[in-house]
Design a protein around this ligand. Structure first.
Ligand code: URA
Length: 260
């Protein structure tokens, strides 16, 4: 790219990134500032704020890193990832929340996703469904190491990524209470296949990064255990979010420090 073009949705240019190649990706624009101000990041400041896409820059030593919100779900996440890649980002770590579907995964644990079941639609626009949504080993290892160093329990394995929070995750606390036939029993099937959790962006992210030759990973804090209930309690939400952010921030610092 020769010009310092503004990417359409994120309202960023390559030069605004100051050479940053690593981005943390929360879903919620309301979490971006707090993440950018998390230890060990310093000198955080806002770069752009447009629609669901809010971006802050912060530093690990002299190295700039980005925090960009993706909004919820694959379509909006795909735009953030694509546009960040266009202006020089090569490593992407989603930091989010998730519902566990295995009994042994507790609220407050973090799930480090190694691969995702592609129940989304957006990833199929980047690679055929046979293509795996796999995380990059550097990012997985950094996240596992960070969780270990912080003493936060990490569950490592496969996640299922859905386009919907309600029927796709087989929730009955929806408006109609009805779950279409194709999703009835789905949670038990994923459970038997040792899938750890439901969330909404990992499959899109990991398909895109694997298909584009970039590094992707996902750390999600467990905010509900679906073997016990559907409802996300506020305290659980805070704990899950907090732990995921601490692990992800530490993992980013470790990725900055590690030679590629
Ligand atoms: N995010 C999801 O997609 N599902 C949950 O159950 C919790 C957070």
């Amino acid at each position: 790219m020769t010009t310092d073009r503004l990417v359409y949705h994120l309202a960023l240019t390559r030069s605004m990134l100051e050479g940053a190649t690593i981005a943390l990706l929360p879903g919620d624009p309301g979490r971006v500032e707090a993440i950018a101000r998390t230890e060990p990041f310093a000198n955080a400041r806002e770069l752009a704020n447009k629609r669901e896409y809010r971006t802050w820059i912060a530093y690990v030593g002299a190295t700039p890193i980005l925090v960009t919100s993706t909004g919820i779900g694959g379509p909006s996440a795909s735009i953030a990832i694509d546009e960040l890649a266009q202006i020089g980002v090569t490593t992407f770590l989603r930091v989010g929340t998730t519902g566990a579907i295995q009994q042994h995964v507790d609220v407050g644990d973090v799930v480090v996703t190694t691969g995702a079941v592609r129940l989304d639609g957006a990833s199929t626009h980047y690679a055929p469904i046979e293509f795996p949504a796999v995380a990059h080993p550097d990012v997985v290892n950094a996240a596992i190491g960070a969780a270990r160093a912080l003493g936060i329990p990490a569950q490592v394995g496969v996640s299922a990524s859905c386009d919907t929070f309600y029927p796709g995750q087989e929730r009955v606390d929806s408006f109609t209470g009805y779950v279409p036939r194709r999703f009835q029993g789905a949670t038990e099937e994923w459970r038997r296949l040792h899938v750890l959790n439901y969330e909404m962006e990992a499959a899109t992210l990991l398909t895109m990064t694997a298909a584009m030759g970039l590094r992707g990973g996902c750390v999600a804090g467990v905010v509900v255990n679906r073997t016990r209930g559907e409802h996300v309690e506020l305290e659980a939400l805070k704990r899950g979010e907090h732990n995921a952010v601490r692990v992800a921030a530490r993992a980013v610092a470790d990725l900055v420090a590690a030679p590629r």
